[in-house]
Write a protein that binds this ligand. Structure first.
Ligand SMILES: Nc1ncnc2c1ncn2[C@@H]1O[C@H](COP(=O)(O)OP(=O)(O)OP(=O)(O)O)[C@@H](O)[C@H]1O
Length: 277
C-alpha cells in the first residue's frame, strides 16, 4: 500500500528533466509501475514568465501540489520535476505524501553557475532562461539538507555522476512509508516544528515585503500570507532592517512560545507595524 514519490530539486538548467527521464525509463523497464511526471508544464505558462513573477510562481507551486495530490495512487510512481528550491515548499510536498502514507526521496541536481549558464545557452531559444532569471534563482536556491526529515533520504547528483537508479528505487520501493506523525496533525507541535515554522513564516513575510516594495509605493498596506492584518509601509525598508526585526521577533517569540502557530503571521505583522516607525 505504498505510493512512491520522488521530489527533484535544483537550480534552473541543472539537469532535472534529464535525470527525471533517466529514472522514469529505469523504473518502467524494471518495475511494473506507471510513472507520472509532474512539472511546471501543469500551468502552461513559459518558465521565464513564471519565475520573474512571484504571483505566477506561487500559482505554479499550488498547481504542482494539487497535481501531486490528485495523481498519487498506490499503483503508480509520481516524479516531481521542478526547481522546488524553497525549503518550505519541499516540506509542504512531504506533508502531502505523508498524509498519503508514501515513501519518498529527494534528488538534488547540484550544478555550478558556470555549467548552468553554459547549458542554458546551448538550449533551443524558447527553452532558455534569461540571465537575470537564472542568476536570481541560483541565489534563491535553498539546498536540501538530509538532516531535515522532509529532505531525506537525499541523493545529491553532480553533473558527471551516474544517477544511482537502483538505490533510488530501493529507497522508494523497499522502505516503509514514514509513520503518520506530528507534521500532519495540527497541534501540538514539537519545538523543532515550532522553530521551523517560526523561521519559515517570518522569512515569507520578509520576502513579500521586499517584493512588494519593488512595485509598490510608500503608503501601501501589504498583505502577507497567513495574516489578516496588513503591514503598513510608511517609508522604504531595507532588507537589512527587516532581517534585524525578524531576528528580534524570533528571539522574543522563542522566549514566549505560542501554542497556536496560525497566530504567528499576525503577531509578526503587529510587531513590524510597531517597530517600523
Ligand atoms: N550533466 C550534464 N552534462 C551536460 N549537459 C547537461 C547535463 N545535464 C543537463 N544538461 C543540458 O542542460 C540543459 C537543461 O537540461 P534539463 O532540461 O535536464 O535541466 P532542467 O534542470 O530540467 O531545466 P529547467 O530548469 O528548465 O527545468 C539541456 O540542454 C541538457 O542537455
Amino acid at each position: 500500500f505504498d505510493m512512491p514519490f520522488v521530489i527533484f530539486c535544483g537550480p534552473p538548467c541543472s539537469g532535472k528533466s534529464k535525470r527525471c527521464m533517466e529514472l522514469k525509463s529505469f523504473i518502467t523497464s524494471n518495475y511494473k509501475r506507471e510513472v507520472i511526471v509532474i512539472s511546471d508544464d501543469v500551468t502552461g505558462v513559459p518558465k521565464n514568465e513564471i519565475y520573474a513573477d512571484s504571483k505566477k510562481e506561487k500559482e505554479t507551486r499550488s498547481g504542482l501540489k494539487s497535481a501531486v495530490q490528485r495523481k498519487i495512487t498506490k499503483d503508480n510512481v509520481v516524479l516531481v520535476d521542478s526547481m522546488n528550491y524553497i525549503k518550505g515548499f519541499r516540506y509542504e510536498l512531504f506533508c502531502v505524501t505523508k498524509s498519503a502514507q508514501s515513501p519518498h526521496c529527494v534528488i538534488y541536481c547540484d550544478v555550478s553557475k558556470e555549467n548552468a549558464t553554459k547549458w542554458n545557452s546551448g538550449r533551443p531559444q524558447q527553452e532558455q532562461y534569461t540571465q537575470d532569471v537564472l542568476d536570481a534563482l541560483m541565489m534563491r536556491m535553498e539546498p536540501p539538507d538530509s538532516r531535515n526529515r522532509w529532505d531525506s533520504p537525499l541523493f545529491t547528483i553532480q553533473y558527471d555522476d551516474e544517477l544511482p537508479c537502483q538505490q533510488i528505487c530501493d529507497a522508494i520501493f523497499q522502505r516503509k512509508a514514514p509513520s503518520q506523525n506530528m507534521s500532519t496533525q495540527s497541534q501540538p507541535l514539537s519545538s523543532t516544528d515550532f522553530l521551523y515554522e517560526l523561521d519559515r513564516i517570518t522569512q515569507a513575510t520578509v520576502s513579500v515585503i521586499i517584493d512588494s516594495q519593488k512595485t509598490g509605493i510608500v503608503g501601501d498596506a501589504i498583505t502577507v500570507p497567513g495574516a489578516d492584518e496588513k503591514v503598513r509601509i510608511l517609508r522604504h525598508i531595507s532588507l537589512a532592517e527587516l532581517q534585524r526585526h525578524k531576528r528580534q521577533f524570533i528571539k522574543f517569540t522563542k522566549m514566549h512560545p505560542t501554542s497556536d502557530i496560525s497566530k504567528l503571521s499576525n503577531m509578526f505583522v503587529q510587531y513590524l507595524n510597531n517597530s517600523i516607525t
